[in-house]
Design a protein around this ligand. Structure first.
Ligand SMILES: NC(=O)c1ccc[n+]([C@@H]2O[C@H](COP(=O)([O-])OP(=O)(O)OC[C@H]3O[C@@H](n4cnc5c(N)ncnc54)[C@H](O)[C@@H]3O)[C@@H](O)[C@H]2O)c1
Length: 148
């Protein structure tokens, strides 16, 4: 897939920061949108002065922050999330806001954008529930999630 400018949401987090390194090393233009709630700026610090890199500290609960970061991007890798399943079980608002609402806000901003038409979304092993096979193959079933 060929793209010019890439938006990585959650790009200061664990998986996102490795993706950013790969994209930057491939010569892509990369924009990171992260509120640093769980992520760390030090994960992106090596790129901060690079001409192909832009860091936007913003909250995806605010559509204006997404619109700002998405400017000129043609693809989004969406990694911003609450990745801590246990937190979302004890406080369901966390998953509602950080997983569902931010994704809705992102898709709405894409829908209204001029050129950003592609999204790559990481799933989670939580979709399998208590899988009996570990590591779990992608086609494992039935899916019996036990978390939001
Ligand atoms: N870590 C794993 O082993 C693993 C495996 C499979 C899938 N995943 C999925 O990949 C995604 C990323 O996981 P991770 O381990 O990198 O998590 P992480 O917590 O390290 O990264 C998530 C990033 O999103 C940012 N973020 C959260 N809410 C935000 C908001 N409202 N606005 C802007 N930024 C926000 C956080 O600050 C953080 O930097 C999650 O969807 C997770 O379920 C993770």
């Amino acid at each position: 897939m060929k793209f010019n400018r890439v938006l990585v949401t959650g790009g200061a987090g664990f998986i996102g920061s490795h993706l950013v390194d790969t994209m930057m090393n491939r010569g892509n233009e990369v924009v990171v949108l992260d509120n640093l709630r769980n992520g760390m700026l030090k994960n992106a610090v090596r790129w901060l002065n690079h001409p192909n890199f832009r860091f936007v500290k913003g909250d995806m609960l605010k559509p204006a922050d997404i619109k700002n970061a998405m400017d000129g991007c043609d693809i989004v890798f969406h990694l911003a999330a609450n990745a801590d399943v246990r937190v979302g079980v004890s406080d369901t608002r966390v998953d509602y806001e950080q997983n569902f609402l931010v994704t809705y806000n992102l898709l709405e901003t894409m829908r209204k954008s001029d050129g950003c038409r592609s999204i790559v979304f990481t799933s989670t092993s939580a979709v399998y529930g208590e899988a009996k096979v570990v590591p779990t193959p992608e086609d494992y079933g039935p899916l019996k999630p036990i978390s939001l």
